[in-house]
Design a protein around this ligand. Sequence first.
Ligand code: UD1
Ligand code: CA
Length: 444
Amino acid sequence: MANRLDAIVLAAGRSKRFKGSSPKVLHPLLGRPLIAHVLETLRVVKPKRVCLVVPPGKAVENALKGSKYPFEIVFAVQKEAGGTGHAAQIGLRKLQATGDVLVLAGDAPLVRAESLKALVEARREEAAASSILTAMFDDPPPYGRILRTDGAITGVVEARDATPEQLRVKEINTSTYAFDAQILARMLPKLTTDNAQGERYLTDVIGLLVDAGETLASVEGDPSEVMGTNTRADLAVVMRTLRKRVVQRLMDDGVTVVDPDTTYVDVGVTVGADTVLHPNVFLYDDTKIGSGCSIGPFAVLRSTKVGDGADVGPFASLRPGTQIAKGAHVGTFAEMKNAKIGEGAKVPHFSYLGDVTVGKGSNIAAGTITSNYDGKNKHATTIGDDVFIGSDTILVAPVRVGRGAYTGAGSVVTRDVAAGGLVYGVPATKRERKGGKKRKGRKG
Ligand code: UD1
Ligand code: CA
């Protein structure tokens, strides 16, 4: 029977190079905190328990509240940043693991699940105390170097502690390992702080294992997956890499992406086949787009649902809670928030629709605005099916416009409009029956 698998994610570093006020592992990355990407990857690898080693305070715990994972998450606090070896020790003590344990850096969100699986397998198959994920670079970043003699690993040296000759080594340490938990537990107390940073380095465990006569295995990963996020510049590179993966996945699933370089899609977004994403489209959070849609160019959609065959843009900003039904059309310079647009309805030109329901087949002409905020509260606007809202109408909420009604151009609608009615004027108190005689308006 295979050993039980647990994991430790190191996330208690002080993010000195990041120069921010909150832990870098909480920095947003395509719709999730950085560390949540590592947890997403672990989902696939299925450890039993995951220990997050975190700085004092509840920031990391709070950021992950509300996310469900198929493993138990425990938190271990590292009071002061004593190095990756110290952090691993705190995590292992919390887990009391006795089988396999993966150790990952919480600031390296690009590591692939396949690599983690390969690490665990390599360690088991080669009966090694540890397997290390490495990567080859012609011109390596300032990461730890893998030292080998006749092919066998003899140690890892940090870039800042390395000799010029060691710095020429092209194979680097990704800070991703599988260990025999019991052997790791025996080695961690032996770490010293005898290095450039005065910290206990997890990397020194490798040398200790070699000294103890243990076998070591390694798996060569892809250079694109090893990137740690030490600086804001690293973060930009990580974002770009992850964004490319997400856009590639959409294209694999049948979405046309006209310009992948300017298409920004968060990891939680779904897009149906045969939809076209034009250049400069931004799809954020849990936006869901159906199939056969056309989005953009230049459209920002946040937590928005778009039904099959609908089109949005160019230049539209759809904010949370917006739902565009099948075949609806949202045109240029439309801003919406919490707007439900019915099947086949049209909002073709510059409009602001907030807290509104628009029925099927209605047409909202250019310049229409819902005046939904009275300075204290937000109010709803309800527009029925087959309504025609004339150009430059202002709908002063709360207000309802009945099915089949009309508003004249430039109306300021302050009172409900009956089904089939026509109102116009400022305020829109002049009323006519559709196709009927002009009626004298009531004072509003
Ligand atoms: C580490 C490795 C280096 C490797 C590189 C790859 C060590 C000593 N060095 O360097 O060999 O090439 O990753 O990205 O392990 N952390 C804690 N507590 C601490 C210190 C760090 O939890 O006291 C966490 C950090 O939050 C981070 C991770 O451990 O998520 C790695 O630490 P970091 O300081 O970024 O190590 P690197 O200098 O990148
Ligand atoms: Ca790092």
